[in-house]
Design a protein around this ligand. Sequence first.
Ligand code: PMV
Length: 363
Amino acid sequence: MTEKDFLPGAYQKLPKNGKVTWKAPSNIALVKYWGKKPVQIPANPSISFTLDSCATTTSISFDKKENKDEFSFDLLFEGKPKQDFKPKIQAFLERVEKYLPFLKAYHFTIETSNSFPHSSGIASSASGMAALSLCLMDIESLLDPTIDQTLFHAKASFLARLGSGSACRSIKGSLVQWGAHPNIPNSSDLYGIEYPFDVGPVFEDYCDTILLVHKGQKQVSSTVGHQLMHGHPFAQNRFQQAFSNLDRLKPILASGNLEEFIKLVESEALTLHAMMMTSMPYFILMKPDTLQIINKIWQYREETKTPVCFTLDAGANVHMLYPSSVREKVLAFAREELAVHCENGQYINDQVGEGAIKINDQR
Ligand code: PMV
């Protein structure tokens, strides 16, 4: 699909009011997206596991209004008005209006909540933008019943991307690829697709224990980090590497070769952070406890031959990835050895999930 496919069709009569609710999961990238072109076009392709329990639930109530000159919405986060989220939503609505021209015809009450602890340091922008986009698509499909499932999901991903790049990988499960790649059919810079190749059963219920090392605000936002890839001395090599890592991952995912999977995933995580450390200005998002955890994971893997590895997103928290067959012993390891490195001893046990779901239908 091209951008034109996401322009709206003919709307039928606009309903007076209604309510839609969607729950969208977070995701964790195996091959990382870091660096972009306007507008939200990735400098390299990426792939992620869709998570399951880390998710955002969003409801939108919509009421037709008289004045169609501006956007009108209230925002409630975990039941309370949240003024500081409003500019981001306003900017998002402005960006997507071309594709959803009904937006100014309604007053929206947006209610959103996260399953993970408040300010856990887990990025809620991916699940949040995905849930919001799905709600808006749900409203659009009321206005245009010709929208089929394929268009619905692709356009939801397209809209989510315009809110926060990696959010486009939070619509579907369980492995989502985003970014045009010559060897991946139907891959696109505009939206995420379900990974089109064979994936071994070991990855179907792969586990992710998220060790919450630092729950505060990051010193450097992803937006700034992406910008710092412009003129970065290693950017071109890094982008190339991501393309070839997607090629390398194909037989690894098909065969379930965990040794090679671990090498590729950990190398991607450290390369992402190496890009941060070598940009100008340079910065470090890992904390001493991040490194302690990484070293303990390596030692544990070496001593017990358990196929556990780590990955990182743009922060200090560590995602520990492992097959479900070793869940019990890895959870004991997390509890006994790693929890001490987490803020307030907190970590979240998650696993690969099936993608976003519609919660109920209150139209
Ligand atoms: O979606 P953004 O702009 O917050 O960027 C996220 C980038 C990483 O999480 C670091 C990597 C990725 O591919 O998810």
